[in-house]
Design a protein around this ligand. Structure first.
Ligand SMILES: Cc1cc2nc3c(=O)[nH]c(=O)nc-3n(C[C@H](O)[C@H](O)[C@H](O)COP(=O)(O)OP(=O)(O)OC[C@H]3O[C@@H](n4cnc5c(N)ncnc54)[C@H](O)[C@@H]3O)c2cc1C
Length: 414
């Protein structure tokens, strides 16, 4: 069997890995000159079943509306002339009931735990190194009301097998001494001891090496431009370098999956939500944190990758625009200065912005389509690193005719 995978981000590369392991002949088509050069390039690096909450919650519509009128650094919604954004927002709001939030969060949590176990399995088997830190993740709360709400809401994750502990500010300082001074600004935290962090790009590149060793063919600098269809099957993919034919095709193009699939008549509810990250060299390893996490008040994440520290934040609806300017990072840098003063070299920032391929209900779109030989692996939103190996394994199992190890309820084409 010959498979062509469109997209060489973390999702496409991990899918190639599992298919190649199953003995399938795989070609990956990627428009960039290498793997992980789009959204998988510099994300927050958190493998976070402990933060699998759906964004579409009962509080979300008010937060969205507020962002139209107030300059909020965490969420930025602009009234842009793109009807797809409004269609997406409408579906998002329809998912904001308490019942749907619970269902969607449960699905996300189960997928996160499954995927983390597959990442660990692959990491052990292939001896992958990607600045992995397995010391749990901290979710800090500034206001007591916010902490109490988080404690009330954590049951949905615990019911699905995610371990969580409530920590006082002093306990946060014990788990992560680099945060000791900052604990005077917080009322407490949730801590997920099994959560991890690591560099998704380094992981993807290591998986790429494994794929190459198994004979996977990577076609870089190759733009897929259209698909040629015969009846209910895709015949070949047109690319800037000519047609690519295969027995089966996987669309794993992140945010571009919905734009490309539109050519075949699909209306996938995947819309880009922009985020920003800034990475600094560490000056004082003793004062830099090992344990990663998220400040829930500012919605700013941090994670250490070896001798660097990355700070990440913002959810902005800006279409497919990935441009950025230094002022876009000023808020997250101010927060980082408060959290980790003297630990990192603030004069040497590496700026980056990327697009989360978000679905309104927060779950990805996996598996079969209306075309018999087309499969999707897309729409991983804010959890694409966490879900990478799990969704790759699910889609590869479906392609080779095996029953996936987890329920596909709510994770297929819709
Ligand atoms: C700021 C930020 C922080 C994040 N933090 C986390 C985190 O802490 N934990 C976590 O789990 N997730 C996180 N994510 C989400 C995660 O990064 C994404 O879900 C994941 O990278 C998506 O991977 P992907 O392979 O689907 O997409 P991509 O990495 O975007 O890969 C898609 C690939 O398809 C290629 N492509 C597209 N169209 C074509 C075409 N026509 N022809 C050829 N090639 C094409 C692109 O060039 C690209 O390389 C974060 C995202 C952002 C933006």
């Amino acid at each position: 069997m010959r498979i062509a995978i469109l997209g060489g981000g973390i999702v496409g590369v991990t899918t190639a890995y599992f298919l190649a392991k199953a003995g399938v002949q795989v070609t990956v088509i990627e428009r960039n000159p290498g793997v992980a050069m789009q959204t998988s390039f510099a994300n927050a690096g958190l493998i976070s079943p402990g933060h699998s909450y759906t964004w579409a919650s009962p509080q979300a519509p008010a937060i969205l509306a507020k962002s139209l009128f107030y300059k909020d650094q965490a969420l930025k919604l602009k009234l842009v002339p793109d009807w797809r954004m409004y269609a997406w927002c409408l579906k998002f709001i329809q998912n904001c009931t308490a019942a749907k939030a619970r269902t969607n969060t449960s699905r996300k949590a189960r997928l996160s735990l499954y995927s983390q176990s597959i990442i660990q399995e692959v990491t052990g088997r292939e001896k992958l190194e990607y600045d992995r830190v397995s010391k749990g993740l901290l979710y800090l709360h500034r206001e007591d009301t916010s902490l109490q709400r988080a404690i009330r809401n954590m049951g949905v994750l615990e019911d699905n097998g995610v371990p969580l502990r409530v920590l006082s500010p002093a306990e946060v300082g014990q788990y992560e001494p680099a945060l000791t001074d900052y604990t005077k600004h917080i009322s407490g935290a949730l801590y997920c001891p099994s959560d991890e962090s690591g560099d998704a790009r380094v992981f993807t590149k290591a998986m790429y090496e494994c794929c190459v060793a198994m004979g996977v063919r990577f076609m870089f600098d190759t733009v897929a431009t259209n698909a040629s269809v015969e009846g209910d099957r895709i015949k070949f993919i047109q690319t800037c370098k000519g047609p690519i034919d295969a027995d089966r095709f996987v669309f794993a193009m992140g945010c571009d999956t919905s734009r490309f699939a539109r050519k075949l008549g699909y209306r996938l509810p995947i819309y880009p939500v922009k985020g920003y990250s800034v990475t600094f060299p560490i000056l004082d390893p003793e004062r830099a944190p090992d344990v990663g996490g998220l400040d829930e008040h500012h919605l700013i994440a941090w994670a250490r990758f070896g001798s660097t520290l990355r700070v990440t934040g913002t959810a902005e609806f800006a279409g497919y625009d990935t441009t950025h300017k230094p002022s876009d990072f000023s808020h997250m840098i101010d927060v980082a200065k408060l959290m980790f003063p003297d630990a990192i070299d603030f004069t040497r920032p590496s700026y980056w912005a990327g697009l989360r391929p978000m679905t309104p209900d927060g779950t990805p779109i996996l598996g079969p389509s209306r075309h018999k030989n087309l499969f999707f692996n897309a729409g991983h939103g804010h959890l694409g690193w966490t879900w990478s190996c799990g969704t790759a394994r699910i889609v590869s199992d479906l392609i080779i005719g095996k029953t996936p190890e987890v329920s596909l309820d709510g994770l297929t084409l819709r």
